[in-house]
Design a protein around this ligand. Sequence first.
Ligand code: GDP
Ligand code: MG
Length: 175
Amino acid sequence: MARTGNKNIQAKLVVLGDMGTGKTSLVLRFVKGQFHDYEESTIGAAFFTQVLSLPDAAIKFDVWDTAGQERYHSLAPMYYRGAAAAIVVYDITNMDSFERGKKWVQQLQRHGNASMVVALVANKSDLESNRVVENEEGERYAKENHLLFFEASAKTAHNVNELFYEIAKAVAVAS
Ligand code: GDP
Ligand code: MG
C-alpha cells in the first residue's frame, strides 16, 4: 500500500570552512561513522551520499566536501549553486578559523539561494582545554545571522548525528 504524506527529498549539502577545521572528518563521521587522527588533507572522493530518515520524509543528501580549494579562501559559486543546505565549520581552538567562518557565511548569504539552510559548526569540542572560541561567541553570531548552531566533535561523534538530523528537518520544512 502506498504511504501518504511521505516525502522523498534530494538535497545538495555543501561543507565550507578553513583547512584543518575538520570538514572532511565531520563528513566521514556522518557517512561512515569513522574518524582518523591523520586525515589526509585531500582525499580522492569529495562527494558522498547519505540517506537520513525523518518520521515523514527521507532526505538523500549529496554531500560536497572540498578537496583543498578552500585554502584560497573562496570557492567557485558553482560549488554551492543549488545547495539546499550548507555547513560552515570552524575549530574552537583556532580564532582565525572562526573569523574565516564568518566570511564563509557572508559569501553564502551573498551568493547562495535565499532558502538555503545554513548551520555553523564549532568543531573539536573534545579539545576543551585548548579552547579559544567561547561557545557563547559562536551561538551569538549564529543567532544574529539566523543559522543553526552546534558545538560538535568529529572525533568523539558529539552532536554529529544531531547536526545532520536538524539540517534534514529544516530542509524538509523548506521543501
Ligand atoms: P579539513 O581540512 O577541514 O577537511 O579538516 P580534516 O577533516 O582534514 O581535519 C584536520 C585535522 O583535524 C585532522 O588531523 C583531524 O584528525 C583533526 N580533527 C578533525 N576533527 C576533529 C575533532 O573533532 N577533534 C579533534 N581533536 N581533532 C579533529
Ligand atoms: Mg578536507
